[in-house]
Write a protein that binds this ligand. Structure first.
Ligand SMILES: NCCC[C@H](NC(=O)CCC(=O)O)C(=O)O
Length: 447
């Protein structure tokens, strides 16, 4: 039998403390929606609906568990003590900003959970995972250890999967995972070109860098990931993100470019040194057909790209072979972006279909469809070796909907986060979830 290959999209399940705290300087939506009340239940159900729709399109779809929040362990590390309820109360009253950070449900954006290299690209022929350290934002820097444990619970077979520790916890090695990484290939099972996009050089201050907003990913971090994963230089390309677009709110490359198979869909202002870098990609890709779909500023402005997340779309290839864009409804509501997408589909190019999804609860924090998923390309043996309980099915969909409806609140205001009952509710929910997904005791409260 010939080997089959798939791209599995693992979407983050939104956690029970989903809220808007304005934590991400440089992420326009996060700041704009600070302090609004949120609906954890709607957010989780919107996410599940997208997962189910992709599953129904014939895609392999997975679920990635959220993290335990509020993170009382982080609060204890910075000196708050007593019972859990006392820790929450003291932190919320004495250090409200720190308190809000440890409540964020930001692990829902699993594009930032890790960087993954498929076995066809790596020296030892295993699938490699490195959790992102997310050092640029305190609330996100709390994620990597648990992300690593969850990934190990999902990909537990050492014959096929290799897990690395996240990079050193320092801005010099700031790493945001797959949001700054895309892979171009002919077929998912063929060796591909892994493209790493970085925001700045950590050890060379003479190089250009943004001046207004932070560059979260460094070149040195990207190079470290490529070394850990055993990637070949001949199949790896590093591109600097255009510092000007970071300063306009493009805090991750996946806000301005997305790739799938032999298509790179990008905004003309996305990269520095674009022509030379695209030529390098083409040269490393080899002779077969590669499509660079460039969107000009006259077609869609950077501002429209940031507000609609035209590029934070999922570009997927369902079994019918028609490459499809999974876009947020914000793209449909913006006349210029909608017109662009209509013309793109009509152009007869490789992208043949657009589907719109309502992920507004996530969009208000600056996370679109692409942020919500971690792509893992697997062959059928590897897929069989992965945890089957984390794969979407009609049964799992029904079960998770029931689980959300049972445990999640309809509405959450920032002031509700200090309620000790919320911590208990979250732990009860997550404990049940680890049994549904059979990922083991990944949470600190279970250990
Ligand atoms: N890939 C999308 C990530 C979005 C995420 N937003 C946040 O964390 C906002 C949370 C808040 O403001 O409450 C971030 O910026 O890393």
């Amino acid at each position: 039998m010939t080997m089959q290959h798939f791209e599995v999209n693992y979407d983050g399940l939104v956690g029970p403390t989903h809220n808007y705290a304005g934590l991400s300087f440089g992420n326009v939506a996060s700041l704009a929606n600070a302090k609004s009340s949120s609906s954890p239940k709607d957010a989780a159900l919107q996410g599940l609906a997208k997962m189910k729709a992709l599953h129904d399109m014939g895609m392999k779809q997975g679920v990635l568990a959220p993290q335990e929040r509020p993170d009382v362990y982080a609060l204890r590390r910075v000196g708050f003590s007593g019972t859990d309820a006392e820790v929450l109360y003291k932190a919320a009253t004495q250090a409200p900003a720190i308190f809000q950070a440890v409540c964020s449900a930001s692990s829902m954006w699993t594009a930032n959970a890790a960087t993954v290299s498929p076995s066809a690209d790596t020296a030892n022929g295993k699938v490699h995972f490195t959790p992102a350290n997310l050092t640029n934002k305190f609330h996100r820097s709390l994620e990597p250890e648990t992300s690593g444990r969850i990934l190990q619970g999902m990909f537990a077979n050492e014959r096929y999967f290799e897990h690395h520790t996240h990079l050193p916890d320092n801005e010099h090695f700031g790493d945001e995972g797959a949001a700054n990484h895309t892979r171009l290939c002919r077929e998912y099972g063929h060796a591909g070109v892994e493209v790493f996009v970085y925001g700045r050089h950590a050890f060379d201050s003479s190089k250009p860098a943004p001046t207004r907003y932070p560059a979260r990913q460094t070149l040195e971090a990207s190079e470290a990931i490529a070394r850990l994963h055993g990637l070949d230089e001949g199949n790896t390309v590093y591109i600097q993100q255009n510092p000007d677009v970071i300063d306009q709110g493009v805090f991750h490359n996946d806000v301005i470019a997305v790739g799938n198979q032999n298509v790179l869909f990008y905004h003309e202002q996305a990269f520095a040194d674009t022509e030379a870098k695209l030529a390098e990609i083409q040269q490393k890709f080899g002779d077969s057909e590669l499509h660079f779909i460039k969107v000009g500023t006259d077609q869609v402005s950077v501002q429209d790209a940031v507000s609609t997340y035209l590029f934070n779309t999922q570009l997927i290839t369902p079994p019918d072979g028609k490459m499809t864009i999974i876009a947020p409804t914000e793209c449909q509501e913006n006349e210029r972006v909608k017109a662009y997408l209509d013309s793109l589909v009509a152009s007869g190019g490789p992208i043949q279909r657009v589907e719109f999804f309502d992920v507004k609860q996530s969009m208000r924090n600056g996370g679109g469809p692409a942020c919500l998923r971690l792509r893992v390309a697997l062959n059928d043996e590897e897929l069989d070796a992965a945890n089957q309980h984390c794969l979407m099915s009609d049964e799992l969909f029904a079960r998770l909907n029931k689980w959300v409806n049972k445990h999640y609140r309809d509405e959450l205001a920032v002031d509700d986060l200090r309620d000790p009952a919320l911590l208990e509710e979250s732990r009860t929910a997550l404990d049940e979830l680890t049994q549904i997904l059979k990922i083991g005791s990944v949470y600190a409260f279970q250990r």
